[in-house]
Design a protein around this ligand. Structure first.
Ligand code: ACO
Length: 429
């Protein structure tokens, strides 16, 4: 039976439908509310608002569940690769061997970056943040790879998607090499997606990079865990900007900008900065916990808390295991790992963190993993961006394929001054 809710406004009753998702989530459909009642809803930060119906990713924040296209992220982290997971997210199904081979070949064929783009990379100031460079360069891709009118829309999208997945990875490694003043290393056709990235980052004419399959696996897991997370800030940005029917490069560039923020993707860098600060202050976590609890202090424990998870972030648990393995492998002791574990232990027993349901999120351990791999701090969020690309692309595709598509245009409640007259400058007090 169709379920509804009733609301009474000025004595008049209105009935609104309830819609139920495939995992039993229920929502009040207010799409006709304004038309029927003249009222809008107010929901700062969209805490209670579903902006779309989606078939891509399921998150249960109370139970700590994350699934892509129905498959638990734990299974993908164990058995899949980033390329296969990207295919799954974008196309809805796991690929056959033949489809996977074809996709891998397409990624390989698209991996070079137009040589003229190098001039742009080389002329950013040395201190420019790689996320700013990446968002600008992704937007610039449209100029270098314009739409070709003879192609069908589907062909154009497939080519753009492959280019983005492949070139963003190349551009990330390229910007690092240029930043260091080193020779740019080109992608190789005989290496897998993740191995190719590590090689482009760390190979050098004087010190060949030796590819370690455990590190390659860890990077695959890192990217799989970041591949999508339903309607987070950057994905919402991609959908919103994309809703104006802008090209995909521009929509992804907007997502990269949103991800840059320390409350979102920038948190992995912020976590390591915070752990380094604790280390520099002698390693005692107590003053930092006290500051995080002080309402008069804006300091927050980076890597703790999540808008959706009110229990452990399932990705954080997997990340912690991978982190242990890679640290063991590189036989590098990291004092920050000990501090992170102490911080986690103390915070999880503290009534403030318990009452506020604040648990470690994915970023809490991912920064330590990236450090162990030799990724520099200012590239951490770029690593997240490469991982999130399949999610942004699939969400953009779903959004533009929706027959009920609408440009995203929220309402507001105006609380400013009422109408008043313009005062000439000489008469202003
Ligand atoms: N340290 C201390 N207190 C916190 C923290 C934290 N990390 N996170 C939330 N709180 C407190 C807030 O002060 C607030 O307390 P109050 O209700 O007593 O005023 C309460 O918990 C709720 O906080 P909100 O900011 O309203 O929660 P919201 O869901 O909007 O924010 C967010 C979630 C942004 C992730 C927040 O927990 C935070 O800032 N965490 C630190 C940054 C971080 O790790 N970000 C990565 C997120 S994961 C990702 O993007 C992949």
């Amino acid at each position: 039976m169709k379920q509804t809710v009733k609301i009474i406004i000025d004595g008049k009753t209105f009935e609104l439908p309830i819609i139920t998702g495939s995992e039993g989530e229920r929502a009040i459909d207010i799409s006709r509310l304004r038309q029927e009642t003249g009222l809008v809803t107010l929901d700062p930060g969209f805490v209670n608002t579903a902006s779309c119906q989606s078939r891509i990713t399921f998150v249960d924040g109370e139970k700590g569940i994350l699934r892509y296209r129905g498959i638990p992220v734990e299974q993908l982290a164990e058995h899949s690769t980033f390329v296969e997971t990207a295919y799954l997210l974008i196309n809805g199904e796991l690929p056959t061997q033949e489809q996977l081979n074809r996709f891998s070949v397409m990624l390989n064929d698209s991996s070079l970056v137009h040589e003229d783009m190098r001039a742009f990379f080389e002329n950013f100031p040395r201190w420019a943040h790689p996320m700013g460079i990446l968002s600008s360069m992704v937007n610039a891709l449209r100029a270098f790879y314009p739409e070709i009118p003879e192609r069908t829309e589907e062909e154009e999208i497939n080519i753009t998607v492959t280019r983005l997945l492949s070139k963003v990875r190349t551009m990330a490694a390229m910007s690092y090499k240029i930043f260091r003043g080193h020779k740019v290393i080109y992608p190789r056709h005989d290496l897998t997606y993740a191995a190719n990235f590590l090689n482009m980052m760390f190979n050098s004419p004087v010190k060949p990079y030796v590819i370690d399959e455990d590190v390659v696996k860890a990077l695959n897991v890192f990217w799989i865990l970041h591949a999508d997370h339903e309607q987070n800030c950057s994905t919402a940005a991609v959908r919103l900007v994309g809703s104006a029917r802008v090209n995909l490069y521009a929509a992804i560039s907007a997502g990269i900008c949103a991800l840059w923020g320390p409350l979102h993707g920038g948190a992995n860098q912020a976590v390591v900065e915070m752990l380094s600060q604790i280390h520099a202050n002698g390693g005692d976590v107590a003053p930092f916990i006290a500051r995080a609890k002080d309402k008069n202090d804006p300091f927050r424990l980076m890597g703790f808390g999540h808008r959706v998870y009110k229990t452990y972030d399932p990705r954080g648990q997997i990340m912690k295991k991978v982190c242990d393995k890679v640290l063991g492998k590189v036989t590098r002791q990291d004092p920050l790992l000990d501090i992170a574990m102490r911080l986690e232990e103390v915070a999880l027993k503290d009534p403030y963190f318990i009452d506020h349901h604040l648990y470690p999120n994915i970023d809490f351990y991912s920064g330590i993993l990236l450090r162990a791999m030799g990724i520099p701090l200012n590239m951490f969020t770029v690593m997240f961006a490469i991982g999130r690309l399949p999610g942004w692309i699939s969400q953009w595709k779903e959004s533009i394929d929706n027959p009920n598509w609408k440009i995203h245009r929220p309402r507001q409640i105006y609380i400013g001054l009422k109408q008043r007259d313009y005062v000439p400058i000489k008469e202003r007090g």
